[in-house]
Every structure is written in C-alpha cells, then in structure tokens.
Design a protein. Structure first.
Length: 391
C-alpha cells in the first residue's frame, strides 16, 4: 500500500510524454520545480522507449522508474510504497483520455494538458470518473495562473465595472500561416490531424484557452454560440481561424477570435470586458498590467505587486513591483494550486487562496463541449446558434 501522508514531503510527480525536444514537457518541469512542491521521480517520456530511458537518465530518474509506456508505468507505480502522487500528461490530445483514465483508476491524481480529451463523450466519462474515484484532475489552462487575471476576476466579482455587457477575447498566432505540417514540423503535424487533435483546429488548440479565460474572469456561462470557421492554408484538414459569437446568461454578449495564421502575432491573447460602469483590459504579452477605466474616467494601469490587490492575486505574486513575472510563473501558479488542492483533500482542510479558481475536470469538460458546439454550429447549422451541452 502506498504511503499517502503528504504533510512532510514534496509530492511525487510522474510524467507521461514531455521528453527530449518536447516544449511543453519542459514547461511542466520548470513549473513543478519553481515553488518546491514536487519531485519528478518517474516517467514514460517517449513513444520510443530507448529515447525515453535516455531522457530519464539525463534527468536523474531511477532506471526502475523509467517506463516504456504509460500502461507499464501504471502497473509499476500502483503498489509501490513510494508511488507517485500525481502524474502530468504531456502528450498529443488523442492520448489524454486513455492515459488519464488508467491513472485515475489506479488511484493517482492527474494533471492533464488541454483540451482534456478529443471527444465530448470521453470528456464526460473522464469528469465522471474523477468524481467517482475522488481523485483530482487538473487541466492546464495556463492563463488563469497569471496574477493580474485573478485581479480582473476579483474586480468583476466585486462589481467594479458593474454588470458585464460585452466580452471580447482573441488569441491570434502566426506560427501556422504556411503549411509547416508538410515540411516536417511534428508539433504542427499532429495539431492538423483530426485523429490526433480532435474536431477543432485553432478553436481546439488556442480557442479553448480564450474561452476559459473569458469565463474565468467574468464568471459568465455561455447560453448559446454561433461560429464561422475557416481553413486558409490549402490542404489543411482542420480550421486555422475561427470567429465565435457568444450569448451569455444574463444578457451579456461575447466575441471570440482564434487564429493560427495571423501574421505578426506571436502570442497575442487579449481580453477586454466592458460593464455598465467601467471596463478592464489584459494582454498576455504585457501580463503584469491590467487596464481599468471607469465611466467618463481616465484609464488607470494597475500593476502587479501592489499591496492593495486581492488575496488571490497576491498569493500568486513572487517578486516586488517592477520585477516582471510571466508565463513560467503563471504555469507554476497552476502547479502550486494543484498541489494545494491535492494536499488539502488528503488532509481534509480548505486549500486556501492558491486553490481558488484552479482549473479542474469540469473546466476541461466545458472546453471540449465548447469546441464540439463550435464545430457543430459551423458544419451542421451554417453558423447558426447552438447551446453548448456544458457551460
């Protein structure tokens, strides 16, 4: 039987995927290290077992805890006294469901890349499994880890901009403006393959981030969506540009744009929220600042690190004002939030500010349901309005 006492040690982390050359695997490892909550002790890092074992050795993983695949890892870890507490899944989308399912059934918590699954049926099943087993399933909607995103959320909830009227969110990138998937780029290759990426291209890969960010900050639930998808690169099987209108409960209106073909945009995630008495604007490439404008007032730039910011914001801040924090720190905030929840659940207590708003299995389910509704609106209803099954 595994030792489940978490009070006097770091969480033991395993990883599936994320090996040599995998960008996102490195980000997960940085995030796990930064706040000192995790030790990476096991992994199945590559579909090529020899490459995976070599990578494990380079990262000081014991040979008997370097596994050829995730199934071997589940079997090898299940009954260890020192088994992993949580596994990070850093693999292409189509593998998320079987890997997460296997670890949840083994009683091991899961941190999963988004989208949580490629089908709505699998997303429902995974969420229900997490609920039934009592295990935690976190989803890495990275941008909800930024301190000033939490400040925007607190300001909306406090009524600082009044009732929300309009939500504008966009996530434009340029990296797939040409057919790089046909030129040997493996990251682009699986993202343009419906069998591996799921039904949505840009809308599944980055549109889900934008959708989660808008809902996270405003607290609004989508009542209906209408979508127009486009594929600009000839021969590409999935959309590389999406425009989505959103009707929110309570009457607010939203517009979401995701694009992988927007020349000049490196990582242009941007959110603007307009209320009855004010507005907020946040740009991911300038993440330490939040623009707040009151009705008939001058714009005010709120900067990260100020003492008067909300508890949730300050809990996610490490350095004084003027010392920028960015993407790695935001990802770390997710990992620290996951750790706070895992420890709190084991000890039967509240997770505190770091556990507030952490994206979990239902957030993953909502993201998959959004992609499903977007594609259905475009393909089956000529861009007509549809109600997402989960919001």
């Amino acid at each position: 039987m595994a030792n489940t006492n978490l009070s006097n040690r770091r969480l033991r982390l395993g990883m599936v995927g994320g090996g040599k050359g995998a960008y996102i695997g490195g980000i997960h490892r940085f995030a796990a290290r930064l706040d000192n909550h995790y030790d990476l002790v096991a992994g199945a890092f590559d579909v090529d077992a020899a490459r995976g074992h070599a990578f494990a050795a380079e990262n000081f993983i014991a040979r008997d805890r370097s596994y050829s695949d995730y199934a071997a890892m589940v079997e090898g870890e299940r009954d260890r006294e020192d088994r992993i507490d949580v596994v990070a899944i850093c693999t292409p989308n189509h593998t998320h469901y079987p890997i997460a399912k296997a670890f949840l059934e083994a009683g091991i918590d899961v941190i999963c890349e988004k989208p949580m699954t490629t089908t709505l049926e699998d997303a429902v099943a995974l969420h229900e499994l997490a609920q039934a087993t009592g295990r935690f399933l976190g989803v890495t909607y990275t941008y909800s880890g930024y301190p000033m995103v939490h400040e925007a959320r607190a300001m909306v909830a406090r009524g600082d901009i009044g009732k929300v009227r309009v939500v504008q969110v966009e996530y434009p990138l340029e990296w797939m403006a040409t057919g790089i998937e046909l030129q040997g780029n493996q990251q682009a290759a699986w993202r343009t393959d419906p069998a591996k990426n799921g039904r949505g291209g840009s809308i599944g890969d980055i549109g889900t981030h934008a959708y989660h960010l808008a809902g996270f900050v405003t607290g609004l639930k989508a009542e209906a969506i209408a979508a127009d998808l486009a594929t600009f690169v000839e021969g590409r099987a999935l959309d590389d540009n999406a425009h989505v209108m959103i009707r929110y409960e309570g009457g607010a209106r939203g517009l979401l744009w995701s694009s992988q073909v927007a020349i000049g945009q490196s990582n242009g995630l941007r959110l603007r929220v307009f209320g009855e008495t004010g507005s907020l604007a946040w740009h991911q490439e300038h993440p330490n600042e939040l623009l707040f404008t009151k009705l008939f007032g001058a714009p005010e730039t709120i900067k990260r690190g100020r003492d008067e910011l909300s508890d949730d914001t300050r809990a996610r801040t490490r350095t004084p004002p003027g010392h920028p924090e960015g993407y790695i720190e935001a990802f770390t905030n997710l990992y620290s939030g996951f750790a706070a929840i895992i420890r709190a659940r084991a000890e039967g207590r509240d997770a505190g500010p770091m556990g507030e708003g952490v994206p979990a299995s239902y957030d993953g389910l909502k993201g998959v349901a959004f992609v499903d509704a977007v594609v259905d609106s475009h393909e089956k209803h000529s861009g007509g309005w549809l109600v997402p099954r989960f919001a």
